[in-house]
Design a protein. Sequence first.
Lengths: 383, 90
Amino acid sequence: MLPGLTRDEILRYSRHLLIPEVGLEGQRKLKGSSALIIGTGGLGSPVALYLAAAGIGRIGLVDYDVVDSSNLQRQVIHGTSTVGKLKVESAKAKLLDLNPDIEVGVYNEPFTSENAMRIARDFDILLDGTDNFPTRYLTNDVAVFLGKPNVYASIYRFDGQVSVFYAKEGPCYRCLFPEPPPPGLIPSCAEGGVLGVLPGTIGTIQATEALKVLLGIGEPLIGKLLLYNALDMSFDFVKLKKNPNCRVCGPNADIKELIDYEAFCGVPSHDHDEGSAGAGWDITAPELAARLKQNHLKLLDVREPHELEISALPGAVNIPLGTLAARLSELDSAEDMVVFCKSGTRSARALELLASAGFKKVKNLKGGINAWAREVDSSLPIY
Amino acid sequence: MATLKIPTPLRSYTNGQAEISVRGANVAEAMNDLTQKFPTLKPHLYSGDGELRPFVNLFVGENNIKDLQGLDTPLDENARVILIPSIAGG
């Protein structure tokens, strides 16, 4: 039995009620439906705002992060006044201001194998707006095991992807991507950047797909993947088929319960700046400052050239990570060297490459030039 | 020549080029031409034993080559090949 609409709700949703594909019954469907949004960042912002505005009766928000000023270039659900506050609380307040007739449940915790089934069970649809591979595989598997649609979107720089993974009717995320990329091969948005408006474009498409699925109208992106590029302003669609060998939704699936997704992907389930090369390979910013006072050290900056305009260390040699393999001959493996980037992730990859090429006297600046700016030289900006 | 569309994460290995014209009668030859033109791209697409990495998907037109003839999928002069990596940003 669908819930009815109050007089105020009829007025609020009048532009929906005028569309025959939605109408009064569709709006009542939306009021009676629920959506779990995993991540309240770039994608989660427009998704949550538009689903709340559309009158989804119950919205769940999962995130354990706090609002940072570097989020505000794209995470429009938050604001300057909520910097430092929990993202789920910041988002909840905005949603209830936009639409006080809906219910917003918050889960201020990481989405993990331990809690994901319990959290997701009570929702009709999942929306994947996370920022890392482990949580994407986890969200997929939860959706498959619970038989729920997973409206997927992901972004990087100018590129976006959207699909509806619904194993009952089509392929799942693992059918397309059976395995994650090797750790470090695909940069994250924290390292590679993202055009601020991109999650707006992609997130609103994601919200559109969720509304279509919940209303049962149109042709949702089940079995189709949308590829968007903002620079080319191109929209490409490709067909996705169920993979008969899929380990989660295939006929001979051997993964029957949630696994350890961080181990599966080889990376942590967050996209924070805390790059480390591991014990014995790191040097902290204060340690580096002390070493530089005592003796000469070669500094290797593996960031892209345009990043040097933001901040730089004097005397450092710039060889971007992407070209390092081809330019090893410019470096002396006998020399003591510290490699750095913005936050320590790319330099950790560079260190692996250097170590495998026989460089033994190399250290990684833990936390990158941002750590140097925080702990040694406050005249440098943090980005 | 077929056209191969390069996604943003890999464009730093193709001098920023978004679309590359490649020679080859099938996908394997076209990919070989691509990695000869841009050798630093190769380790990102192929594992050490020369296999295409499982997270890399190649589509000819709108079809995954896994649903066609794999790397043997023939290409005509006007074929459009799209390389789709997994990205995780949100």
